[in-house]
Design a protein. Structure first.
Length: 374
């Protein structure tokens, strides 16, 4: 929901990459916020795909073969990036240097070192870069976070975060998938990151992680399954599973608090009805009734996240999904990998410049980046 009123300012928007995610979710979000955005340009190295997108988008959308050419000609207010992960850092930094805000698909970068380059570009330009974590957005997630953070459900004690999806060999036939240099990792970076980002959003800072990972089925450089045990700063313990080996696909979060269990079960997006609250036996009915879902049902989506970013742009403040909170999710991924590769627990804040897992998610560990597959 927008906080603007009257005649809102329309931001000039460019998209980079015109594949399925941009022509689907991003274009739908721009259409939903047509009173606040004007799509003026699109960038793609594939001329045919670019033409198809311009026809789909309609209106006066100018096509460009490169980001630099588009930025020089258009000077957009906002750039939406939906290219393969290895291009995100370079394209985001270029957009920030031009003065544009950025909303980029996950992962924003392939390492903490790259993320800190973006943070430096933000500071130099005054613009901001956000990463798409659309599962944080929507009325159900906002309601759950408010209840947990406010103590309404009692102290968080135990949590489970599950991304059990299925991807076949054809999926990994796309050249950039499953490779450290182009994707940054396996399902820990490319699939489960949405759910454990939401878990971090609900429970706050984590303190320690112990993890395992394996390449059980797919002929990839990176893992196809990972698991982790996590201790949060508030004392809660959690399990996290990231898999692309699971025939029955589900995305699930469960948080057991002292006074209630809150559960979210979905696949690629959620609504209010996907959140279930179960009170503990000692909780009176009138208190449990207050936990009911809000009257307005806003699905988790790119549309919801874009609205929040536009609100921040109008207010001149850092948008959600950027800065330290976005870095924390990437740090969680790096810590999971470090623990899996080394067999040791990893503490929050441990991975700093000079640590091999700061520069790359595989940390140049010989068991996970063998020369013949790197």
């Amino acid at each position: 929901m927008s906080v603007s009123s009257g005649n809102p300012v329309r931001r000039r928007v460019a998209v980079v990459g015109t594949g399925a995610i941009v022509s689907g979710s991003h274009l739908a979000a721009l259409t939903a916020h047509a009173d606040r955005t004007e799509l003026v340009a699109a960038v793609d190295v594939d001329p045919g795909r670019l033409v198809a997108f311009r026809e789909l988008a309609g209106g006066a959308v100018t096509g460009y073969p490169s980001v630099d050419a588009m930025l020089d000609a258009e000077r957009p207010d906002l750039v939406l990036i939906g290219t393969p992960p290895s291009l995100h850092r370079e394209q985001t930094v270029a957009a920030l240097k031009s003065g544009a805000w950025v909303l980029c698909e996950k992962p924003l970068t392939l390492s903490l070192a790259e993320y800190d380059e973006i943070a430096a570009a933000e500071e130099a330009s005054g613009a901001y870069a956000s990463v798409i974590f659309q599962h944080r957005y929507g009325s159900g997630a906002a309601h759950a976070r408010e209840l947990i953070a406010g103590g309404e459900l009692g102290a968080p004690l135990v949590a489970h975060c599950q991304t059990t999806w299925h991807r076949d060999a054809q999926y990994y036939a796309v050249p950039w998938r499953g490779r450290w240099a182009s994707e940054g990792g396996g399902p820990t970076m490319g699939h489960g990151i949405h759910q454990y980002d939401l878990l971090l959003h609900l429970l706050g800072e984590w303190d320690e992680i112990r993890a395992m990972a394996a390449r059980l089925v797919h002929d990839t450089e990176s893992e196809d399954v990972s698991t982790a045990l996590v201790r949060f700063a508030n004392g809660a313990l959690a399990t996290v599973v990231n898999s692309v080996l699971s025939p029955r696909e589900v995305s699930r979060i469960r948080v057991d608090c002292a006074d209630a269990t809150v559960e979210l079960t979905h696949l690629y997006g959620h609504r209010n009805e996907d959140w279930v609250y179960t009170p503990a036996p000692h909780v009176p009915a009138d208190r449990a009734d207050a936990w009911r879902a809000p009257a307005t049902d806003v699905p988790s989506s790119h549309t919801a996240q874009l609205g929040g970013l536009l609100d921040a742009y109008d207010a001149g403040v850092r948008p959600p999904g950027s800065g330290p909170e976005a870095r924390a999710t990437l740090e969680f991924a790096a810590a999971l990998y470090k623990s899996a590769f080394t067999g040791l627990p990893v503490r929050s804040g441990e991975i700093a410049p000079g640590d091999p897992f700061y520069a790359a998610m595989h940390g140049n560990h010989p068991d996970w980046a063998p020369e013949e597959r790197a």
